[in-house]
Design a binder for this molecule. Structure first.
Ligand code: LIP
Length: 283
């Protein structure tokens, strides 16, 4: 860590991005090619419908092993419980299968999300994403970014410096009424009831909504302009970390009720739309 104020140097960031891409691609292949015909629920978390499959834990174990082998002094925060304190000042934030319910129902909209951050992930606004990757097993691609390096999509198995990489850029939509908005809902019934009320305000104000079922893929779609904006309440750091950087490096803005995205609200959009979308959700 030789850059400004605890930030890794440019060289190190390039290597961190490469590791994000390689490990995300490997886990992506694993959850696609080793998916059992009947995916079993291993346990449930916040509600009966907030499930963990055996493949969520197996994918997290694979990612954990690869990251610790490559970077033994870093910390890890994983959705399924991997929680390693590091001494390097860097923490890996991992969602081994984002869109687990889609994975359970074999709906091709789930992803592996891996990001590396500086700062304290437990503090809203207390952490900065340095590099990240979202691998999409169904499209066999990996979307990746490093701070200051732009956002890209490469084919699974290709490196981040592949000449075949496609540069991502957010939509140039400026009108809320023409905005295709991705959103999502929590697992708890009372949370969903509140979110349904917000939708009575949102639906008349936008072109339409899309409920894809994976925050990581929703953020990728904002970064590549295949939706105009995204907003959801209730996200955890592992749902949004890599996608946050992908959107910012593609020319978008990611915010929350305050300046930073977080549990209360995450909004991602082009600069021209972000305040209006946020106002719809904050109410
Ligand atoms: C999912 C998020 C999604 C949200 C779901 C769930 P998971 O994450 O990606 O945006 O709407 O309720 O939280 O549980 O599949 O990792």
């Amino acid at each position: 860590m030789t850059g400004d104020a605890g930030q890794p140097s440019g060289e190190v960031v390039v290597e961190l991005e490469r590791l994000c891409v390689e490990v995300a691609a490997e886990a992506s292949r694993f959850i696609r090619d080793e998916r059992p015909d009947r995916v079993r629920v291993a346990q449930t978390k916040s509600t009966e419908t907030d499930v963990v499959t055996l493949m969520d834990t197996a994918s997290e174990r694979l990612i954990h092993e690869r990251l610790l082998a490559a970077r033994p002094d870093d910390g890890i925060l994983g959705e399924e419980g991997a929680d390693v304190a590091g001494s390097s000042g860097l923490t890996w934030v991992v969602d081994p299968i984002d869109g687990t319910v889609n994975y359970l129902y074999d709906i091709p909209a789930y992803a592996v999300s891996i990001a590396v951050v500086t700062g304290d992930v437990s503090v809203a606004g207390g952490w900065t994403v340095v590099a990240g990757a979202v691998a999409d097993p169904s499209r066999r691609v990996v979307h990746h970014a490093r701070r200051g390096g732009g956002s890209w999509t490469v084919a699974e198995g290709e490196g981040p410096d592949s000449r075949t990489g496609r540069a991502l850029h957010v939509s140039d939509e400026t009108l809320l009424a023409r905005t295709l908005l991705a959103t999502g809902f929590g697992y708890a019934a009372e949370t969903r009831a509140r979110q349904a009320e917000v939708m009575t305000r949102v639906l008349p104000a936008v072109r339409d909504i899309r409920r894809i079922g994976s925050a990581a893929l929703d953020l990728v779609r904002v970064a590549e302009g295949t939706v105009d904006a995204y907003a959801e309440a209730g996200l955890n750091p592992w749902d949004l970390a890599a996608g946050w950087l992908l959107v910012e490096e593609a020319g978008g803005v990611v915010t929350g009720t305050g300046r930073h995205p977080g549990k209360e609200l995450t909004v991602a959009a082009p600069p021209s739309l972000v305040d209006e979308v946020k106002a719809l959700f904050v109410g």
